[in-house]
Design a protein around this ligand. Structure first.
Ligand code: FE
Ligand code: CA
Length: 504
């Protein structure tokens, strides 16, 4: 069988005749392989040719032919689909192949060949057919992997978990160097150009543990701020840089080139759409959101700055109902998705802490952080009202961004004990990025709906969704500062079918 690719197989099409005859003298598959969000009948597989990944890739500026195989077995004896695709210089010689004609609910293995070299093999899965397969979904989720602050040991352990899918919720790269006790260095300043963002992605992707996590399971990836710049909001940079949209476009392109996203994510006119819905048979829908690209500017920034702040009651602008975190188009899309959802569970996969998290600062004043949903409380209430009105089945919020685990019961009117619990939140800790334990404790102290808050441990979260219950396990490293650290389950939580909130 040949050429079973569906639709566009790379972001640009280049005539086949221009493909160069290449013979590699160094391994071009230095960044590993990956696969994208699971679908019932197709798989999105990714790699990038980069024999010198930290020196611009090391490829001649010509298209290069890449052969791919998708097999039923890990030895590739029974090949299900195979074909060829061009790796093009305009896309950093990355390839994104949508392989069609696959069977639902099964494991596949994939690999690539180019110029006499073979890639490592990856493993992916197709989703159960729509309306079928409601037994189990094992979903891992993770976020925030500042490269300098720790090793990616959490990814090495994640690769051994035999999960059906991984949701990565943002801060896949960091543009800036910050934090305590660095174990390694970016070796460059903040990226601003396409070439610089490509090199930053390549640096992160040279990590073997991160490669292992990609090779083990399909990923659903959304971004947060650090893929571009800390705390940016739509077109506004933290430093109010007037050239920010060009920087953002470069960062977005590098992200798309390096992540297993469908080529359709890049829209005509330079827009990029990463929010999407993913169904796992009759069991679960994952509504994956983009809370950076379309958001209103944060309320009450510091003088002469963009970005976030901790604000008190004097900041009435924070309460403005016109503020949106998702943008009106995405808000409508989400509401329509809630209305149409037919699965037993619904996972709202987004970037940051959703629960109300006002807390007292060191001076004893009640403050809210404006970069998360607390900065957009009217938008949060609209989202909660939508899921109540649409009678969304078993909503589970997952998030990242805050480098801590927060588990919360979500009420229709956050913080109002008279209002019913309508959903459950699991905001997961970071892979490496350092947290703020004093803040976690301050939030927990005054928010009884926050049932658990812990900022000292690094790791990922395992969510096992079944027919009658969802079990959530926090998987934490003993240290992110050692490459050989071990992992352990530090807490387990349960949500029962039909009963929003943690099981008492
Ligand atoms: Fe982060
Ligand atoms: Ca963030």
């Amino acid at each position: 069988m040949r050429a079973a690719a569906l639709g566009a197989t790379s972001f640009l099409s280049v005539p086949r005749a221009r493909a160069a005859r290449v013979r590699f003298t160094a391994n071009p598959f230095t960044l590993g392989v990956a696969s994208g969000p699971p679908r019932a009948h197709s798989a999105l597989i990714w790699t990038r040719l980069a024999p010198s990944p930290l020196e611009g890739g090391g490829m001649d500026p010509q298209a290069c032919e890449v052969r791919w195989e998708v097999a039923y077995d890990e030895r590739f004896r029974r090949v299900a689909r195979e074909g060829e695709v061009l790796a093009e210089p305009g896309r950093a010689h990355a390839v994104h192949v949508e392989v069609g004609g696959l069977e639902p609910g099964r494991v596949y293995h994939y690999r690539f060949f180019a110029g006499g070299a073979a890639s490592p093999a990856g493993r992916t899965r197709t989703a159960p057919a729509p309306g079928r397969g409601d037994e189990r979904l094992r979903l891992a989720f993770a976020s925030c992997q500042q490269y300098e602050q720790g090793y990616f040991g959490a990814h090495r352990h994640l690769a051994d978990e035999d999960v059906d899918a991984v949701a990565f919720l943002g801060d896949y790269i960091y543009e800036s160097s910050w934090g305590r006790e660095h174990v390694r260095k970016h070796g460059a300043g903040e990226p601003r150009t396409l070439a610089e963002y490509r090199t930053r992605h390549a640096l992160y992707k040279t990590d073997r543990d991160l490669q292992a996590a990609h090779a083990a399971a399909p990923w659903i990836a959304i971004w947060d701020d650090h893929e571009v710049q800390n705390d940016y909001a739509d077109d506004r940079a933290q430093d109010l840089d007037p050239g920010f949209l060009a920087r953002r476009a470069a960062a977005y392109q590098a992200f798309l080139e390096h992540m297993p996203l469908r080529p359709t994510a890049m829209l005509a006119g330079g827009g990029v759409r990463i929010y999407d819905r993913h169904e796992w048979g009759a069991l679960a829908t994952i509504h994956a959101l983009d809370d950076r690209q379309y958001r209103s500017h944060q309320a009450c920034p510091r003088a002469g700055r963009g970005g976030s702040a901790f604000v008190g009651a004097a900041c009435v602008e924070r309460l403005d109902p016109a503020l949106t975190l998702l943008g009106t188009t995405q808000e409508r899309w989400l509401d329509e998705g809630f209305a149409a959802a037919r699965t037993r569970w619904n996972v709202i996969a987004q970037q940051t802490l959703f629960t109300s998290a006002g807390h007292d600062n060191k001076e004893g004043a009640r403050v809210h952080w404006t970069d998360g949903w607390d900065g957009y409380p009217a938008a949060r209430e609209r989202l909660l009202a939508s899921l109540v009105e649409r009678r969304l089945a078993n909503p589970l919020f997952i998030g990242g961004d805050v480098h801590a685990t927060y588990v919360a019961d979500l009420r229709a009117r956050p913080g109002d004990a008279a209002s019913p619990v309508v959903a459950t939140e699991f905001c997961g800790t970071s892979i490496t990025s350092q947290g703020w334990q004093d803040r976690a404790e301050a939030i927990r102290r005054v928010n009884p709906d926050v049932r658990y808050a812990e900022a000292r441990r690094r790791g990922y979260t395992l969510m096992e969704i079944g027919r009658d219950r969802t079990e959530v396990r926090l998987r934490c490293l003993d240290s992110e500062k050692r490459p050989d650290a071990s992992i352990a389950t530090t807490e387990t939580f349960t949500v029962m079918d039909g009963r929003p909130g943690l099981r008492k």
